[in-house]
Ligand binder design. Structure first.
Ligand code: G3I
Length: 495
């Protein structure tokens, strides 16, 4: 993210969603249709809270020093999971020497930002510390139990649920166990041993089994289904099943809802634990629209299943996703792009959480030129000059230029259909102009992109009402007026 040059009053965090929606439209050079300003202004967290569901994200605590990362994390989620910080190699790098610095950073962040902590993960064949590799079966079992006691014990009362066992089943259609060292050396019992140890370490934590490619009904998900059924019948503790949902655009399984439902019918909770929806890169508007529809489908599937606790996305920004490193040529899988601008998927998730309808066939973005999501400074081409079909704002931009300076007065009319309580307003300069100070708004500029947010006293604009603000700037000899403006993410008509 480039450093923004802030002018005027400080931002109000409550404006984040609306601000970022405008950023998105600007950064992509497209119009993002946003049906309701209420939804555009609400955070995913507030929408999920109202539904009694979790909306989570995978946190890398080292990224919290990056201001937009932290702002989004703070505002948009009510649940945190450690992307790596609680894994075996991190928490017990040497045998019986526990190291909780990174995991504690996740918990401390969650406490400070009022979020639940979901634990990931006590036992996984991947990211095991090197010292486990040469242990005999009985020693490995003892080490596994000691690890679970140490980690789940340390986080007792702080982590409300654990992925006790992660990715224990084989890929392909065999429906068998993964051929890991745990499976090879301990044998079939290692999974239930892990669950019993976790229950002993923290009797109040929900204990989950988690896996990927199990989102639809298939041999792998049926193997887990059978394990849950078996555990339930024998009194082995298990409370929940996680579906990672590392998906590809256009490929949300058609039977995902039925799959989640069949698990809850066994008496366990379910959740989507690691959602991301990747595409071949570069992204374009059509792929992003498909992705948005897919995110909405997954949200709606969870909302339609009574015991689906919520959805966690596997990261915040495409800048840091694991995908390109593992699947070269693929990426753009999250709901904020590399510049922290919300993608169409953000609005789709908000719409699903706002409405909670059963799956439909959403088409959230119009119009959609084929420009890719930029990874470099914002495009110099301004957004379309015609209003979006549902454009609901009208703008007048009146510059007054001299030498190499100018002022501009901007008046925005809210044409409805809803009143707004907070606003963000964006446009591009096309001739190197630079804002130097502003009044009646907080204005920031990044490259050619200008964003204004309401002052504390002029956020509310009734339908038919107007709001105005102004700024002073410099130019290098010509000062063409911007011709395309967005107001809370909607493209405005020019008045
Ligand atoms: O911390 C080291 C750093 O010191 C070193 O310089 C760097 C060099 O490669 O590696 C860093 O460690 C990386 C670690 O992430 C932290 O960034 C590892 O190489 C890298 O392999 C590791 O990847 C993680 C991956 O699990 C491990 O398999 C991803 O971040 C994480 O997103 C991913 O998450 C998994 C879930 O836990 C389980 N489900 C699948 C999901 C995606 O693979």
């Amino acid at each position: 993210m480039r450093i923004h040059h802030h002018i005027g009053r400080r931002t109000r965090s409550g404006l984040l969603a609306g601000l970022l929606a405008a950023t998105s439209a600007l950064a992509m050079g497209i119009a993002v249709a946003q049906p309701g300003t209420a939804e555009a202004a609400a955070s995913l967290r507030s929408l999920a809270d109202a539904k009694g569901r979790d909306i989570g994200f995978a946190l890398d605590p080292n990224r919290l020093s990056e201001s937009p990362y932290k702002q989004i994390a703070d505002a948009e989620f009510n649940l945190v999971v450690a992307e790596n910080a609680m894994k075996w190699e991190v928490t017990e790098p040497n045998r019986n020497q526990f190291s909780f610095g990174q995991g504690d950073a996740v918990v401390n962040y969650a406490v400070g930002s009022n979020k639940k902590v979901y634990g990931h993960t006590l036992v996984w064949h991947n990211q095991m510390p090197g010292w486990t590799s040469n242990l005999s079966g009985s020693d490995l079992l003892a080490a596994m139990k000691n690890h679970i006691a140490g980690v789940a014990g340390h986080y007792k009362g702080k982590v409300f649920a654990w992925d006790v066992v992660n990715e224990a089943f084989a890929d392909g259609g065999s429906g068998g166990r993964r051929d890991s060292i745990l499976q090879q050396r301990i044998g079939n019992s290692w999974i239930e041993e892990a669950f019993r140890a976790a229950r002993a370490a923290d009797p109040d934590a929900k204990l989950c089994i988690n896996d990927y490619s199990t989102d639809g009904i298939n041999a792998k998900s049926t193997a887990i289904y059978n394990l849950v059924k078996d555990f339930k019948s024998r009194g082995v503790p298990i409370d929940c099943v996680g579906f990672q949902a590392h998906l590809i655009i256009g490929q949300v399984p058609g039977d995902m809802q039925a799959n989640l439902q069949r698990f809850t019918d066994l008496g366990v909770d379910v959740r989507v634990t690691e959602l991301d929806i990747r595409m071949s890169t570069p992204a374009n508007s059509s792929k992003l629209a498909t992705q948005a529809a897919d995110y909405k489908k997954v949200m709606n599937i969870c909302l339609a299943v009574a015991r689906c606790q919520g959805v966690t996305v596997w990261g915040i920004t495409d800048k840091y996703s694991w995908i390109p490193g593992t699947f070269p040529g693929e990426g753009a899988a999250l709901i904020w792009d590399e510049n922290y601008a919300p993608k169409p998927a953000y609005q789709a998730v908000a719409e699903a959480l706002g409405s909670g309808t059963t799956p439909t066939t959403p088409a959230p973005t119009t119009p959609v030129p084929t420009t890719p999501v930029p990874t470099t400074p914002a495009p110099t081409t301004p957004a379309p000059t015609t209003p979006a079909p549902n454009g609901s704002c009208t703008v007048t931009y009146v510059p007054n230029s001299w030498g190499n300076g100018f002022t501009a007065e901007i008046r925005i009319r809210n044409d409805g259909p809803d009143p707004v309580n907070a606003w963000s307003f964006g446009f591009y300069f096309t001739a190197g102009q630079q804002v130097t100070n502003a009044w009646n708004a907080t204005v920031s500029q990044s490259g050619t992109q200008v964003l204004a947010r309401n002052a504390s006293y002029n956020g509310a604009v009734a339908v038919g009402g107007t709001v105005s603000f102004g700024f002073q700037g410099t130019h290098t000899g010509s000062n063409p007026s911007p011709t395309s403006f967005t107001f809370n993410g909607k493209v405005c008509a020019n008045g």
